[in-house]
Ligand binder design. Sequence first.
Ligand SMILES: *Cc1c(COP(=O)(O)O)cnc(C)c1O
Length: 390
Amino acid sequence: MTELYDDLPEMDAFDTAPVRLTVDLQALAENWQDLARRSGKARAGAVVKADAYGLGIEDCGLTLYEAGARDFFVAVPSEGATLRAYAPEARIFVLSGIWPGQERLFLENDLVPVLASEEQLAFWMSLIAEIGPYPCALQVDTGFNRLGIRPEEAIALAHDVSRPASFDPVLILSHLHSADTPNDPQNRAQLDSFQQVTQAFEGIDRSLSASAGIFLGSDYHFDLTRPGIALYGGEATGGIKNPMRPVAKAEARILQLRNAPAGETVSYGGAHRLTRDSRLAIASVGYADGYLRSLSGAGIPLRQAVPQGAVGFFNGFRLPVVGRITMDLTVFDASDLPEAALRAGDYIELFGPNLALDEVARAGGSIGYELLTSIGLRHERRYIGEEASL
Ligand SMILES: *Cc1c(COP(=O)(O)O)cnc(C)c1O
């Protein structure tokens, strides 16, 4: 039996992957350096939640650490525990705060909880009474109505003489809800509110801006910025050309090419009827890979998706998605390509250097963030750096 197998060629997981993702770590490092420069006097942190936006927290975390990042943000403590090995001297903030039962995970990995509610604060005060001083961060909600204590609660806490001496906040942060729209007056309102709160916490580092906020100018930078999507090459700010380098390229393998005459239909529901004799490329990617069903070329009524759906890219051509995207397969229209240009086994680019992540996401009524974090599941990943680029 084994002798039989010995004759078979070694399989290269990436070169034969149904769907694959190439991550350019050099571009990631350069994007961080660029955002650090744009952050002016503030330090630039790095947000690596959701497995570094789907691109891999280990490799991306190490790259950002080596580029100079020392303040990392994750959503949940398990992400922080994974990151710790790759960012040994960094401060790692956990945005969802701490819950009873998670104490050991935090202490063993030296994670800093971002406290965001009165209940969490009460739990924290009782914990530090037991364990002694331990750093924490405080999230203040200045208008998002998501996580955070209210500004007046924060100010009361700052002046509360009965709070334990071991209470040691090292960062006070808030989050802007409309920073991607630079002229929105709500940005200024949140800024004013944040300034009032931070004045009550003199000497403690302040952080207001994620990627988009960095582009709002120095008033918004404070001591530390928290870029996420822009590190990974996504669009942070509307109305300007995206200045970041693309970091990720997603590709799917073509499994079959088929000819179909005008009048036939394609995919579930027969939702797309061909208006010309067509050459169809069947790609090995579907919504189970995070290629959102709303990117379908037909048959998916959605609030903001564009009716014609997404396109793929191959060799200078843009190939429209035809009919509904299915769990594991997607049909692209290859009719405009020269007959032998695209063959079974070739890879079609879903997004990357030739097809902007955000353009594809928009076609499905979505945003780059969602597409990027969804696409990681079944993809084979390859990391490239200095010697190669996307
Ligand atoms: C996700 C997140 C960020 C990063 O946001 P981007 O828009 O991806 O730069 C920063 N701060 C908080 C609180 C977040 O939840």
